[in-house]
Design a protein around this ligand. Structure first.
Ligand SMILES: C[S@@+](CC[C@H](N)C(=O)[O-])C[C@H]1O[C@@H](n2cnc3c(N)ncnc32)[C@H](O)[C@@H]1O
Length: 268
């Protein structure tokens, strides 16, 4: 998918993305900010920030003397993030509609993070290398991604449901291939080191979302999985929902494995 298509998919998720946040995005964002160890007064970049799951705790940690630039392509998610930041009177947090592959602030950050975003960037290696260059020498850079096996069983059930309803195979998105390249501690550490970071440490946070039929569907509607439904009419979408919920129930899938890896390194 091209950046504008990715932005459109996530734009469409807005209400569902927000509903899913307390179960999925918020705890992962908070864990990433803890791993990055954002300190008072720091200037921070949040890449692919969505609705602020990590940008908000980063702004709290940076405090009034610090500042957070949070960038994303999906205007509706940014709008949601702005409302959350306003409610918490976080004047040090700016949500900016921008493409991470070209964002150029003109200043260097003390720290940057990207949570479940790098694998959407068209040339993941070149894009992240460029983003690391937006951090000052000595600054930190964190990437959070899905650990091997995360969303796998659930994803297989969803793809099978979509294929049954469409009556045709569904192509695996390039984001899946990119995510697979960095889904172990060793692979993520090696990748970040190869892109120029020093002292890289990877932390695994075991995580699972207990499933109800409602949540099983919210995970489609409030994540990038929603892109699989592009072009389907309402009846077809309902059929996918019924098929997915029935197959998860039949196979006794009562939680979604969603463990994450966070790699943090220092720009030499
Ligand atoms: C899975 S969501 C994660 C959002 C957020 N980091 C979180 O954890 O809640 C991925 C986000 O990446 C954004 N994104 C994808 N490609 C992008 C790009 N080239 N520039 C900026 N944002 C991008 C999408 O719009 C989406 O909001």
């Amino acid at each position: 998918m091209k950046p504008d298509e990715i932005g459109a998919v996530f734009d469409a998720t807005a209400a569902d993305f927000a509903a899913l946040s307390p179960k999925l995005w918020d705890p992962i964002g908070a864990a990433t900010v803890r791993a990055l160890d954002v300190r008072p007064g720091e200037r921070v970049l949040d890449v692919c920030c969505g609705a602020g799951a990590s940008a908000i705790p980063a702004a709290v940690a940076a405090g009034p003397e610090g500042a957070v630039d949070a960038i994303d392509l999906a205007g509706s998610l940014l709008e949601h993030g702005r409302r959350l930041a306003d409610a918490r009177e976080l004047a040090n947090l700016r949500f900016i509609r921008a493409d991470a592959t070209v964002w150029e602030p003109g200043v260097r950050y003390d720290a940057a993070l990207c949570v479940h975003g790098v694998f959407f960037l068209p040339d993941m290696d070149a894009s992240v290398k460029r983003l690391i260059g937006l951090v000052r020498p000595g600054g930190r850079f964190a990437v959070t991604t899905w650990a091997k096996g995360a969303l796998e069983e659930y994803g297989k059930a969803l793809y099978a449901a979509v294929e049954r309803v469409r009556g045709a195979g569904v192509e695996t998105p390039s984001s899946r291939e990119s995510a697979t390249r960095i889904d172990t501690e060793q692979a993520l550490a090696g990748w970040l080191t190869g892109l120029g970071l020093a002292d890289v440490r990877v932390t695994r946070v075991p995580f699972a979302v207990p499933l109800t039929p409602e949540l099983a569907w919210l995970i489609v509607m409030g994540t990038g999985f929603r892109g699989l439904l592009t072009g389907m009419d309402a009846d077809a979408v309902s059929a996918v929902r019924e098929d997915l919920v029935a197959s998860l129930e039949r196979d006794g899938v009562d939680e979604v494995e969603a463990s994450i890896l966070t790699g943090v390194g220092r720009r030499p």
